[in-house]
Design a protein around this ligand. Sequence first.
Ligand code: F6P
Length: 359
Amino acid sequence: MTLRVGILTSGGDCQALNATMRGLAKTLYNCVDDVEIIGFKNGYYGLMHEDYIKMKPRDFSGILNVGGTILGTSRQPFKMMRVIEDGFDKVAAMKKNYKKLNLDALAVLGGNGSLKSANMLAQEGLNVIGLPKTIDNDTWGTDYTFGFQSAVDVATRYLDDIHTTAQSHSRIFVVEVMGHKVGHITLAAGLAAGSEIILLPEIPYNIDVVVKKIKQREKAGKKFTIIAAAEGAISQEDAKLSKKKYKAKVAARNGASVVNEIAAQLQEALPKAEIRTAVIGHAQRGGNPDAYDREISTRFGIEGARLIMNRSFGRLVVMKQGEVDSIALEDTAGKLKYVNPAGKTVGNARLMGVTFGDM
Ligand code: F6P
């Protein structure tokens, strides 16, 4: 009997989506006599609208080191999944198409929102497994998500490049690093690039502390400073605002980055300083996966195939202390993995003189 497996990549793309699909597909082709893989185009959209490709083994060749996703992706917000729009019931459509295509399982490569939807489909009775994708590394229950390390590499190279120009001009640079609501990429890249000021959403900053550190560096003969600031970095004053007021404040920035606000505050305190901002942006999700991402995504993909072959559904493949494992999708859905402000990475960085803007 044919094993029929659907696969989709959902939400923001990242490096190693293809490598993960390859690991999963190659394992299924290798272990099961008769397999058909259906690739849904552009994430859940393809499942809703019956937009798919019947994949062949050769589709998974030559893609291990290729960034992006051969299936395409799109953002389908979880909060809209159960909302009927123009008479279209998305959940009913996905269930109908899953049944119509006679699928035995569906593999979802996604981040937090997509995994919430995967969990919802599992609760609706579909045989779903999840694979933890996101550069942000904020999926609860796994030490690493694929895409994270490649994004850290990009951000680190960028900070390194800023280093030379900041040094030549004796300038202060405030550089925005991606990561949505968490600071994992900023912390890792900040440490890797030697930034002495790292601003994270998890540790609200006080601009006076940042100024003090810049002056300390100047006294020590370091005429330039590079601040690695997460896109979600937040001041101590803003952290006291209600969620609603803070949201309104961010909306009033009109898409401008928090680094502009930080730079303006610094300019006021240091009127003679030459301050510049830089935003790394989507390059952090672009390009090809690094060796680490290729390795872990291959291992994730194999584990995903193993779960499908064992009919162990409603699970998310995770990495725990260097080994692949799986947890229940419902245990991760709706939770975020934050940087631990009291953890050893932050604490030890402080020992070396790094400030997080709080002390
Ligand atoms: O979740 C990945 C991520 O790159 C975040 O770091 C960032 O906040 C967001 O996606 C950007 O989303 P979009 O691609 O929709 O602009």
